[in-house]
Design a binder for this molecule. Structure first.
Ligand code: GTP
Ligand code: SPV
Ligand code: MN
Length: 587
């Protein structure tokens, strides 16, 4: 039974049901009884496998189809009326054409199935930042995952009331046919259609589809920003808290940075890190001219491999209960989970991510898929911030961009001002990861870590970033980091993880005008001695190397940037073209 009389909502659901022809329609009310019943059904059907309920209470394992393990960027479309508004970095199709094509695929796709109606909120319900969505889906996995990742239920229907103010998402697993898999966005209708996939970023429509692609277009029109950013708080020994937002591409360290534990020397002094968000930030100028951020999500959809008690104990603790694991190893001895990098003791009596028998001691192949993930409630996180539910958000002092670069980018540098900071974000490059299908380890330009997530022309998006400065009398300082420089043997030079705190601390000293820096072609770089080396194993020579700029490599880089910028034609903001010239001249 619908807990709403909203005519627009009900008629859209009727229309969608007419198209997909489910046997029945069930409204998700957000209550535990209904979710428990759905878990029971999904266990009966094999969609979820219950894990050891003593060791992992409320936890389940899910195995996706083997051809459906990551976002499909080549099948993701922005369907705005004009191709030029999607820009050169998005796939585009005319809305009518895409609708017609997808209607054929959706037609009857829910026959013999239930259509679930999920009312959900991105952001705390009622917050000035919050936006609401309705996802229609034929997947219980999607319902249960959305109930972890977003705020779900009748409170959202109440907040929507009789308005048309909600994002319409239609998802069907259909036949999971990769040839008919499409993730289509219709920004002018606030509509998302996703079909033939069951993988997170393709089907949990609140996340990348709504909170980034659609929301970025809303932000452009309403003077705010939707970004692929973590949000963390740093508490100083005197109790002062400052907030940092950081944009790194997929599988480049956002969850890890958001939950980091400061090195012992800092922890002993009383420094703490608090997590506000690990993937998405919605940012709005406040009345005081500062930039405020909320995390619109309610859970973490985190990368499993590499997560362990040393690298990210807070993420591991977050997965201790009420978590859905996707595509990890099932340890048959005690019915728990395992993945590469969890510990040095892989189970011998196990099933790999595809469900085949797997012996971790002798197997030639990995047990967990490289993009295997956990879906965990944010409130499980031991370091979740007190401000996580603050409807007004947290004030941001620093914005950090970063990617995976084996050679080029130094450990850290600071932009000269806001416009230069926008330039620094726009020229980001990073090696591709398993989070999307396609080759891994290839360097591509990924401006602001938004290449796969910007819902409109990236050139216009850069202009929007530049324009935001007008609303900010006290804008955040903008930095760039690279935790991933390699030595000649291919090892990471920087130890990363907890020690990244040393770099964050330099940034906050810069914010307070308390730290030195060298002015270079790229911007302000710390001198090696400006980074706190107390109780640290790295030697000064390595740090000097990490903070060096190879002019020849950067001249090559500038050529690549010029080529990339060339794709945008008239949409490239003049200010960014000037910034590039300044860089080229300085090199
Ligand atoms: P998405 O959820 O895809 O957006 O990824 P993310 O940006 O949250 O990345 P995540 O924190 O899950 O890290 C991805 C991978 O990078 C994991 O295998 C981590 O172990 C590794 N990683 C994270 N931080 C560091 C670091 O400081 N140094 C090194 N060398 N690796 C890191
Ligand atoms: C990413 O790929 O950046 C993710 C995972 O955070 S997904 O939700 O699939 O987009
Ligand atoms: Mn992400």
């Amino acid at each position: 039974m619908a807990a709403t009389t909203n005519k627009q909502l009900i008629s859209w659901i009727d229309e969608s049901a007419k198209l997909t022809q489910p046997d029945s329609v069930i409204w998700i009310n957000g209550g535990e009884a209904q979710l428990a019943e759905l878990r029971k059904q999904s266990v009966a059907s094999g969609e979820l496998i219950p894990l050891n309920q003593e060791k992992l209470p409320g936890c389940y394992l899910h195995r996706s189809a083997q051809n459906d393990v990551a976002r499909v960027e080549d099948r993701t479309f922005i369907c705005c009326p004009e191709e030029k508004d999607a820009g050169p970095t998005n796939n585009w199709k005319a809305p009518a054409e895409m609708r017609a094509q997808l209607e054929t695929i959706f037609s009857g796709s829910m026959k013999g199935r239930v259509m679930y109606v999920i009312p959900y909120s991105m952001g705390p319900v009622g917050s000035p930042f919050a936006k609401y969505g309705i996802e229609l889906t034929d997947s219980i996995y999607v319902v249960l995952s959305m109930a972890i990742m977003t705020r779900v239920g009748n409170s959202v229907l109440n907040a929507i009331g009789d308005t048309g103010d909600f994002i319409k998402g239609l998802h069907s697993k259909a036949e999971l046919d990769p040839e008919k898999r499409y993730i289509a966005h219709f920004p002018q209708d606030n509509t998302i259609w996703s079909v033939n996939s069951g993988y997170g970023g393709n089907v949990l429509l609140g996340k990348k589809c709504f909170a980034l692609r659609i929301a970025s277009t809303l932000g452009r029109d309403e003077n705010w920003m939707a970004e692929h950013m973590l949000i963390l708080g740093i508490e100083a020994p005197n109790g002062e808290k400052r907030y940092i937002a950081a944009a790194f591409p997929s599988a480049c360290g956002k969850t890890n940075l958001a939950m980091l534990i400061p090195p012992k020397v800092y922890a002993d002094k009383g420094y703490k890190v608090w997590t506000v968000g690990d993937d998405i930030a919605w940012l709005r100028p406040g009345n005081d001219g500062r930039l405020y951020a909320v995390n619109p999500e309610y859970g973490f959809f985190g990368v499993a491999p590499g997560t362990n008690a040393k690298s990210n104990p807070n993420a591991l603790a977050s997965t201790a209960r009420n978590t859905i694991f996707t595509n990890v190893v099932q340890n048959l001895d005690d019915n728990t989970v395992w993945w590469e990098g969890l510990d040095k003791n892989p189970p011998e009596n196990a099933l790999d991510w595809t469900g085949k028998p797997w012996n971790g001691k002798t197997a030639a192949t990995v047990g967990a898929h490289p993009n295997s993930r956990f879906t965990a409630p944010a409130i499980n996180c031991p370091c979740i911030s007190d401000e996580f539910e603050n409807p007004a958000g947290v004030p941001i002092d620093a914005i950090v961009f970063g990617g995976r670069r084996a050679k080029t980018a130094p450990l850290v540098y600071q932009s000269r001002d806001w416009a230069h900071g926008v330039f620094v974000g726009s020229i980001m490059g990073s090696e591709t990861t398993a989070a999307a299908t396609g080759a891994v380890g290839v360097v591509r330009r990924d401006p602001m870590a938004m290449l796969p997530f910007c819902g409109y022309n990236m050139g216009d998006y850069w202009q929007h970033w530049l324009d935001m400065e007008k609303s900010l009398t006290n804008p955040p300082k903008i930095f760039n980091v690279n935790w991933f420089r390699l030595d000649d043997e291919g090892h990471f030079i920087w130890p990363g993880f907890g020690d990244n705190f040393r770099v964050l601390e330099w940034m906050l000293r810069r914010v307070r005008n308390e730290a030195e820096a060298n002015e270079t072609a790229l911007g302000y770089l710390p001198k090696p001695e400006d980074i706190n080396l107390e109780d640290f194993e790295i030697d000064l020579a390595a740090l000097t190397d990490l903070l060096s700029i190879d002019n020849a490599l950067w001249k090559e880089e500038a050529k690549g940037i010029r080529e990339f910028y060339g794709k945008f034609g008239a949409a490239l903001p003049a200010k960014l073209a000037e910034q590039l010239e300044t860089l080229e001249n300085a090199l």
